[in-house]
Design a protein around this ligand. Structure first.
Ligand code: NAD
Ligand code: MG
Length: 386
C-alpha cells in the first residue's frame, strides 16, 4: 500500500479490514506522518512500514518496538517493497510525480497495480503503458471515472484501442468542484480552505484543489487517453453535479453504458482489488429515489482554463504532459501556502508551458529532466511576481 496514510490509503485499508480472509498486508508506506503510521501498524501489523523521511522512520521505529513490523526508510525502500517477491497487488496511492518511481517498480515486477496516482501516468504515459505491456503487469484503475469506464468497456480493454471495439465516445463526468456555482470574478479571492471543501468527495488537499480548478478532469482526460489508447477528441467531459454517474461509454450501436454509485472511493477500490470478483465495500447502497434527478451540462473551457491546457498538452505530446503536471504541482503547492491566488494557477501553468520545449518522452531521463526544469521555472516565475 503506497501512500497508506492518505485519503485513498484510508479507504483501501477500510476495505482490507473487512476481508481479513482475502488480504494480508505486506507493507504500508508514507512520507513523514509517523503518528498516523504508528496507528496503522498497530491495527494491521504489516511486515514492513516504510517512511520516505528518514527521521520519521526513526521516530516510528522507537514507537513500535513491541511489534513484529520492520521499519524501513527512504525512496529505495519504497521501490523495494513495491517490487518484492510475494507481493501480488500494489496500490499506488502516493500523490504527485514522486509516486512515479515506486509505481514503475511495481509495474516492472509484473504486479497487479491499482493506480490512483494519476500524476504518474500523466507525466510518463507512453513509457508507463509500454512497461505495463512489456512486464506483463495488470493495470487496474482506481480513479472513480476510469474505474467506471473500465467497468463499462469489454474485458481486456486496458491499453487496447477501444475505438476498434465499437466505442464511439468515452464520457468523463465531473462534479465541477466547490466553485461551480460561484461567478467567475469571485474566484480571484477564494481560499485554500474553500477549495478543499469539495461538495461530494472527501480527498487529499492536492486533488481537492485540482478538482476546484478542474485540472483534475484535465489530468483524467490524459489518464483516460493513455489507459484506453484513445485520442482526446474521443473523450467528452460533462459536468454532473450529483456525482452518481461516475463516467460512461457510448457505443456505435447507440448504447450508452454508465456506472453509477454513491460518491465513495471504496467502490472503485474494492472493484479493482477483487476484480473480477465483487466484494462488500461498506459503501451505502445507492438510493436513486433519494437522488431523484441526474443533471448533465457542458464543461465550459473558458471558465475552467485548465481543461484547455490539458487538451493542448496532450496534442503537443512528448514531455508537454510532464511539464503540465509539474507546473500544476508547483502552482497548487503555492496556492495552498497562500503565495499565489487561485486564478494564478492556470496562468502560471500557461507560462511554464509556453517557456518549455517539448521533447520526446520515451526515456525516463528526459521525463525526469523535463519535470525538474518545469518545477524550477515555475518556482522562478512565482518569485519574479512577488
Ligand atoms: P493524500 O494527500 O491524502 O495522501 C497522499 C499519500 O502520499 C500519503 O500517504 C503521503 O504520505 C504519501 N506521500 C506524499 N508525498 C510523498 C513522498 N514524497 N514520498 C512518499 N510518499 C508520499 O492524497 P490522496 O487524496 O489519497 O490522493 C492520492 C492519489 O490518488 C493522488 O494521485 C490523487 O490524484 C489520486 N486520487 C485520489 C482520490 C481521492 O478521493 N482522494 C480519488 C481519485 C484519485
Ligand atoms: Mg477521479
Amino acid at each position: 500500500m503506497l501512500g497508506a496514510t492518505g485519503s485513498i490509503g484510508q479507504s483501501t485499508l477500510d476495505i482490507i479490514a473487512r476481508h481479513p480472509d482475502r488480504y494480508a498486508l505486506y507493507a504500508l508506506t508514507a512520507n513523514n506522518n509517523h503518528q498516523k503510521m504508528l496507528q496503522l501498524c498497530r491495527q494491521f501489523t504489516p511486515r514492513f512500514a516504510v517512511m520516505r523521511d528518514v527521521e520519521s522512520a526513526q521516530l516510528l521505529q522507537q514507537a513500535i518496538q513491541d511489534l513484529p513490523t520492520e521499519v524501513l526508510a527512504g525512496e529505495t525502500a519504497l521501490d523495494e517493497v513495491a517490487a518484492a517477491e510475494g507481493v501480488d497487488v500494489v496500490v499506488a496511492a502516493i500523490v504527485g510525480a514522486v509516486g512515479l518511481m515506486p509505481t514503475l517498480a511495481a509495474v516492472r515486477a509484473g504486479k497487479r497495480v491499482l493506480l490512483a496516482n494519476k500524476e504518474a501516468l500523466v507525466m510518463a504515459g507512453a513509457l508507463f503503458m509500454d512497461e505495463v505491456l512489456r512486464y506483463g503487469a495488470e493495470l487496474l484503475p482506481v480513479d472513480s471515472e476510469h474505474n467506471a469506464i473500465f467497468q463499462c468497456l469489454p474485458p481486456g480493454s486496458i491499453s487496447k484501442s477501444v475505438t476498434e471495439k465499437g466505442v464511439r465516445k468515452i464520457i468523463l463526468t465531473g462534479s465541477g468542484g466547490p466553485f461551480r456555482d460561484i461567478d467567475a470574478e469571485s474566484l480571484e479571492d477564494v481560499t485554500p480552505e474553500q477549495a478543499c471543501a469539495h461538495p461530494n468527495w472527501d480527498m487529499g488537499p492536492k486533488i481537492s484543489v485540482d478538482s476546484a480548478t478542474m485540472m483534475n478532469k484535465g489530468l483524467e482526460l490524459i489518464e483516460a487517453c493513455w489507459m484506453f489508447a484513445v485520442d482526446q477528441d474521443d473523450v467528452d467531459i460533462l459536468l454532473h453535479r450529483q456525482s452518481i454517474v461516475h463516467s460512461m461509454v457510448a457505443y456505435n450501436d447507440g448504447s450508452v453504458i454508465a456506472q453509477m454509485g454513491n460518491p465513495d472511493m471504496r467502490t472503485p477500490i474494492a472493484n479493482a482489488l477483487a476484480w473480477p470478483d465483487r466484494i462488500e465495500s461498506g459503501v451505502e447502497p445507492l438510493n436513486l429515489l433519494q437522488v431523484s434527478q441526474l443533471d448533465f451540462t457542458l464543461a465550459d473551457e473558458e471558465r475552467y482554463p485548465c481543461l484547455k491546457l490539458a487538451r493542448e498538452a496532450w496534442n503537443q505530446g512528448g514531455t508537454s504532459m510532464t511539464v503540465l503536471n509539474a507546473a500544476n504541482e508547483i502552482a497548487v503547492e503555492h496556492f495552498l501556502s497562500r503565495q499565489i491566488k487561485f486564478t494564478e494557477i492556470p496562468r502560471l501553468i500557461t507560462k511554464v508551458m509556453e517557456q518549455s520545449t517539448t521533447e520526446p518522452a520515451d526515456e525516463l531521463d528526459s521525463i525526469m529532466q523535463a519535470d525538474f526544469n518545469a518545477r524550477e521555472l515555475a518556482r522562478q516565475l512565482v518569485e519574479l511576481r512577488t
